[in-house]
Design a protein around this ligand. Structure first.
Ligand SMILES: NC(=O)C1=CN([C@@H]2O[C@H](COP(=O)(O)OP(=O)(O)OC[C@H]3O[C@@H](n4cnc5c(N)ncnc54)[C@H](O)[C@@H]3O)[C@@H](O)[C@H]2O)C=CC1
Ligand SMILES: O=C(O)C(=O)[C@H](O)COP(=O)(O)O
Length: 377
């Protein structure tokens, strides 16, 4: 069996090489010619799996994307051609939650905000939104949810309108797929009119897909209203984001919100398990793939104040480092993809156990476990 895999998928050799010949290439450079006599194609989000890529794929029976997003894959074409497809739902959901928390504690300090009591709006209550909701509630925030698709499918699910979230939220964070068609299409769901509805000093976070926010409209808006705090992990026209927009936002990162070691390992292992089932092979064990975390435990000696929470979160993941690297590299040829390919090892909050030097309240323990840490009871 022959497999073509994106070189940015870790653990492909560990999982697939015992059963197949694996050729690793840059995801953006996979060509139709490379897919001749290939049985399986393993991608991340940068490979457009469409009719033109598959033009010479004479033997392809499996496509796996180690991502939750599927906007790069023509799934109906794969179905038509009898090619099995899988993605990796939820693989990086905890990582994106950590990213949002790291932004939140940073801006709470910079903007002198007390997080508890603020209102957060989550747009898209899927794998990420569902995990973010209890984390923000644990921090004492009132959380408004907008997901009209879920509301249609689950009558008990309460979805607020986007208008309500925009007008009432102090922090609004987007976790929807990129869709261009249908009544809930997300392309440019945020443009000038929506930006004008937001509280002037609100915090806007986009860690889903660049196209969900009209980047030109956002740039024009920020030129006249710089008091809006903006975090962009994703951009229109990746890997060449608008550098004027980059200079105007408060945190800029190169589509790495989901790039924890756990998230990447789980993405590959979920794809492997689907392929293994199809080929009647043993399933993977993600715990055997992951190295021990550098910071496996931290000890605290006091009830967690907002300042202490910030220190704990930043000790595991500090988004300022990614922002600083992006600004230092912006403008260099190929910098966006280079940063993603050479991304430093990052672990999730849940890989770190918080211990207590003195007894602390059960509320404090609930808070720490609620935001994602392991906590000794
Ligand atoms: N920056 C990064 O590194 C990452 C980005 N992503 C992006 O984030 C998106 C969300 O991730 P997950 O939560 O794992 O996906 P998911 O598919 O589990 O959840 C998406 C949710 O959005 C909802 N939705 C769809 N259209 C909507 C609309 N118009 N308004 C409100 N809600 C809507 C869906 O009903 C669903 O509940 C992915 O599709 C992907 O594009 C995901 C992981 C990492
Ligand atoms: O899972 C998704 O969807 C994502 O956006 C991934 O985190 C993106 O990873 P790459 O495909 O850009 O490596």
């Amino acid at each position: 069996m022959r497999i073509i895999a994106d070189e940015n998928m870790p653990y492909v050799n560990e999982l697939f090489s015992a059963h197949a010949e694996v050729i690793q290439v840059s995801g953006r450079d996979i060509t139709p010619e490379m897919l001749v006599d290939v049985d399986a194609l393993l991608v991340r989000s940068v490979t457009k799996v469409n009719e033109s890529l598959l033009a010479k794929a004479n033997r392809l029976s499996f496509v796996g994307s180690a991502t939750i997003g599927t906007d790069h894959v023509d799934q109906s074409l794969l179905k038509e051609r009898g090619i099995t497809f899988t993605n990796a739902p939820g693989c990086n959901a905890n990582a994106v939650c950590d990213y949002v928390l790291s932004c939140l504690v940073l801006f709470a300090e910079r903007n002198q905000l007390q997080i508890s009591g603020l209102t957060a709006g989550i747009v898209g209550i899927g794998n990420i939104g569902r995990r973010l909701l209890p984390r923000l509630q644990a921090l004492g925030m009132t959380v408004l949810c907008c997901d009209p698709l879920r509301a249609e499918q689950e009558p008990e699910f309460q979805s607020e309108s986007l208008h309500t979230l925009l007008t009432q939220s102090d922090v609004i964070t987007f976790h929807v797929p990129y869709t261009r068609q249908g009544k809930f299409a997300t392309e440019h769901m945020i443009g000038t009119a929506e930006l004008q509805l937001m509280k002037p000093r609100a915090i806007l976070i986009n860690a889903c897909r660049g196209e969900v926010i009209d980047n030109l409209a956002l740039k024009a808006f920020l030129m006249s209203k710089p008091e809006l705090t903006v975090v962009l992990d994703v951009w229109e026209n990746e890997p060449n984001p608008d550098e004027e927009l980059l200079a105007l936002v408060d945190i800029a990162t190169p589509h790495i919100a989901g790039y924890s070691q756990e998230g990447k390992a789980l993405g590959t292992s979920m794809v492997y398990d689907c392929w293994a089932e199809k080929n009647q092979l043993a399933l993977s064990d993600i715990n055997q793939l992951l190295p021990l975390p550098d910071l496996s435990a931290m000890s605290i000696a006091a009830e967690p104040s907002q300042e202490l929470l910030k220190q704990l979160i930043q000790a595991v993941y500090d988004v300022r480092n990614d922002d600083a690297r992006m600004r230092a590299n912006a403008g260099n040829a190929g910098y966006f993809d280079h940063m993603r390919k050479n991304y430093p090892l990052r672990r999730e909050l849940m890989s770190t156990q918080v211990n207590f030097a003195h007894p602390i309240s059960s509320n404090a323990k609930d808070l720490l476990s609620g935001i994602g840490f392991q906590v000794t009871q």
